[in-house]
Design a binder for this molecule. Structure first.
Ligand code: SAM
Ligand code: SF4
Length: 329
């Protein structure tokens, strides 16, 4: 088992397989994003080597994310190959965060490769607002993908970023929809990651306000459910389903952090909110990749910091220059 300098076990690897996306969500990206040149990306085989090395060091959970992971060519091969480790009992969970645009096409293959739970991001159920907010997306297509995923047996969690004025008054509706379909839901505060075309202070909605509003409609009871991540969960008595809150700005969530993040260019970020990283490219391309990757992983974990230093202030540059789509949300 990997232990960081603060004795936190590192058992969870998140892998951004691409920084590209078919959407341009306003809070995540700018309209004119410059994506990484394809030649700078690790191949899927190199990504797999890194994942295997983590699994051999005790990592029990891998989440594939991005950018939009399902737009990376042949990404199902990665799911299939990592799924073998689920069957061997070396990996407990292989999962995915997606915007849902390609889910209808891939839901069955995901289930077959051993994926059982996925997160799908939906910030509004209003078709026009959805197209505006994502600058590209089609809500119908995403919903079809979600229902297909449900049909094939994938357990779904809806991720919703709380945005002042934009979906502030719709969150209860999204929650009702999610729970009526037996989907859990996690509500997320915007984080200051990467330049976008807006001032984040205009978008920032503290979740204390959202919680207050939910309490007017439902009975929230603290849940024991805990995934080692930033989400704090509550049960809604009326629906018998869970809602999680991720509040990096109003509460620090780092004390029990169990995760590290690999980018599609082979950098390992030990914290979403800090700039320090370790470069795995050479080790992943080496003939002796097994020993070389083990060495660089062990060294990187000794540098996992205690926590992030996020702040959102008017006209201030983002705390971290990388977009969430680079480090993987
Ligand atoms: N494209 C996929 C999706 O949207 O689910 C996976 C990658 S996306 C970067 C992962 C999650 O990060 C999404 O739920 C998205 O809403 C969230 N996200 C992106 N930028 C964010 C930001 N600046 N603050 C908070 N959450 C953000
Ligand atoms: Fe793409 Fe996900 Fe970012 Fe939206 S949040 S632009 S879907 S990576």
């Amino acid at each position: 088992m990997l232990l960081d300098p603060f004795k936190r076990p590192v058992s969870y690897l998140r892998v951004s397989v691409t920084d590209r996306c078919d959407f341009r969500c306003e809070y995540c990206m700018s309209e004119n994003m410059t994506f990484l040149p394809k030649k700078d990306l690790l191949s899927l085989e190199e990504i797999e080597r890194i994942c295997i090395s983590f699994i051999n060091l005790g990592t029990s959970k891998i989440r594939i994310t991005g950018g939009e992971p399902l737009v990376r060519k042949n990404v199902m091969e990665l799911f299939k190959n990592l799924g073998v480790f689920l069957k061997k009992g070396k990996l407990k969970e292989l999962t995915l965060t997606t915007n849902g645009s390609q889910l209808e096409k891939y839901a069955e293959d995901l289930f077959e490769s051993g994926v059982r739970r996925i997160n799908v991001s939906i910030d509004t159920l209003k078709p026009e607002l959805f197209s505006k907010l994502t600058r590209r997306g089609n809500l119908d297509k995403v919903l079809q993908g979600i229902y297909k995923a449900k049909e094939v047996g994938l357990k779904i969690k809806i991720n919703t970023v709380a945005l002042k004025k934009t979906n502030e008054h719709e969150i209860i509706e999204i929650l009702k929809w999610a729970h009526s379909n037996n989907f859990d839901m996690t509500i997320i505060e915007t984080m200051p990651l990467g330049e976008i075309d807006y001032d984040r202070t205009d978008q920032f909605l503290p979740l204390s306000k959202v919680k207050e509003n939910i309490r007017k409609n439902f009975t929230l009871k603290k849940s024991d459910h805990y995934t080692g991540g930033p989400s704090r969960y509550f049960n809604l008595e009326e629906t018998n389903n869970r809602v999680g809150f991720i509040t990096p700005l109003t509460h620090n969530f780092c004390e029990l952090c169990n995760r590290v993040r690999l980018t599609c260019t082979g950098k390992l970020y030990m914290c979403l909110g800090q700039d320090d990283s370790a470069d795995f490219v050479e080790a992943a391309r080496s003939k002796n990749w097994e020993t070389d990757l083990k060495k660089v992983i062990l060294e990187a974990i000794t540098r996992k910091p205690k926590g992030h230093d996020f702040v959102i202030r008017r006209k201030q540059a983002p705390s971290v220059k990388r977009h969430m789509s680079v480090t993987g949300g």
